[in-house]
Design a protein around this ligand. Structure first.
Ligand SMILES: *Cc1c(COP(=O)(O)O)cnc(C)c1O
Length: 420
């Protein structure tokens, strides 16, 4: 059997309707921003391989760090044992974040980083002897595909079969410039009932909802309202961290600091799975007790995997270089210039740029066409050498920072051709 037949016979792909989906790309090489398929075709990795790959593929510094770590400690249990790369990563992350965020819990991906954050908040109240059963979230959110993460995300056809099993969540309407203050006032009222375990949001921009930004003041208002009455605030920075929005973390655009921050995706440079849930000494202290049952009894076989920690530390080295931030700025500036150029295009309903993310909401007046838009756009861009997966009628790029000026110009040229 060839690769296609073997793939069809044995592989169950994620987010894929196997009956109708076309043949997947068969990628045989990934280097920098370019993916090469077995038929010889090359693609620019416009969405960083599902938003994770920040420094480009086959980065030599990360490769060496993984190899060196493998020869020292490949993997060990993380309960009752520790290792230098885990310690180094936790210390470096705590030093990058504001002083209040000190305690680093390790897991395996974005969903589990969220799951851990929710479980921490639930047990925080339990350990304090309080009864709190609801979570406050924002409409349109996406926090991952495990049960807790699904429960606090948007309720739509993606997770309908599971809805009866979700826990109770109240949703705030997605704010606009006009109604932000009003919704923040509703949030304050809700929070002051002191019945919420936590408030969870993707700060500044919702990724899966179509790279949708919302007013910073709104985020500041609801965060303060929760923190004033000591309800923990979770910022899901799984998508927004690591320079995506132009700063290390999205919360740096605001005047507020969450009580818990969740990190994953670009954390390891996007080459190995790893999630971190970073929280305050106050939350950590609520688990200290002579009783074992008050401890956070949660863990994964691969908690603190040393290879993933080594990749993450190597990625942090790369972020310490000025050239990385120059690249982020250059990509951001080019995005802004293109946004201005394209904003009046009749097919473009809205353009938004935040750092390296450029998103175009496309006018699709025929609703029948809408359902096909995603696949048609995806296929069109593939035929033009771009791997770019739209979200509904939103096409967007969030490329690796090694993207060259020529590659970015090529992406823009092709977007214009597509619109035409
Ligand atoms: C991708 C994503 C997650 C889930 O991360 P996985 O590693 O896919 O489990 C959670 N939150 C946000 C904002 C994400 O973009």
């Amino acid at each position: 059997m060839n690769w296609k037949e073997r793939d069809e016979s044995y592989v169950w792909h994620p987010f894929t309707q196997a009956q109708t989906e076309p043949t997947p790309l068969h990628i045989v090489q990934a280097k920098d921003a370019i993916l090469t398929a077995s038929d010889g075709k090359c693609y620019v990795d416009c969405n960083s391989s599902w938003w994770v790959n920040v420094h480009g593929h086959a980065n030599e510094h990360i490769a060496k760090a993984i190899q060196d770590q493998f020869e020292q400690v490949d993997h060990i249990i993380f309960a009752g044992a520790t290792h230098d790369k885990g310690i180094e990563l936790a210390e470096r992350i705590a030093k990058l974040l504001p002083d209040s965020l000190q305690k680093v819990f390790f897991s395996d991906n974005g969903s589990t980083a969220i799951e851990v954050a929710l479980k921490m908040c639930i047990q925080y109240w339990h350990n304090k002897g309080a009864v709190r059963k609801k979570i406050l979230a924002l409409e349109g959110g996406y926090h991952g595909d495990t049960f807790g993460a699904m429960s606090v995300g948007e309720r739509d056809y993606f997770n309908r079969p599971f809805e009866p099993f979700f826990f109770e969540v109240d949703y705030l309407p997605f704010p606009t410039k006009e109604n932000g203050k009003e919704i923040a006032a509703i949030a304050k009222e809700k929070l002051e009932t002191n019945t919420y375990v936590a408030l969870i949001v993707e700060p500044i921009i919702q990724g899966s909802a179509g790279m949708r930004t919302y007013p910073i003041e709104f985020l500041e208002l609801i965060t303060r309202s929760a923190q004033q009455i000591e309800t923990p605030v979770i910022f899901d920075e799984v998508m927004t961290a690591w320079g995506r929005t132009g700063t290390y973390f999205a919360f740096e655009h605001t005047n507020v600091i969450p009580d818990i921050i969740c990190l994953s995706k670009g954390l390891t440079g996007g080459v190995l799975p790893l999630g971190l849930t970073v929280t305050t000494q106050t939350i950590f202290n609520a688990f200290l007790s002579p009783e074992l049952a008050k401890a956070f009894l949660h863990g994964h076989s691969f908690t603190g995997n040393p290879l993933a920690c080594a990749a993450a530390c190597a990625s942090l080295d790369i972020f310490e270089k000025a050239t990385t931030w120059e690249a982020i700025q250059r990509i951001s500036k080019e995005n802004e210039a293109f946004a201005v150029r394209i904003s009046n295009h009749p097919k473009v309903q809205e353009v938004s740029v935040i750092g390296t993310i450029l998103a175009l909401e496309i006018n699709v007046d025929d609703p029948g066409y809408f359902s096909n838009f995603k696949r048609e756009a995806y296929t069109w861009f593939l035929n033009n050498g771009l791997l770019m997966r739209p979200l509904g009628n939103v096409i967007f790029i969030n490329p690796p920072y090694c993207l060259t000026e020529d590659q970015q110009a090529y992406i823009f040229e092709k977007i214009e051709a597509f619109l035409a």
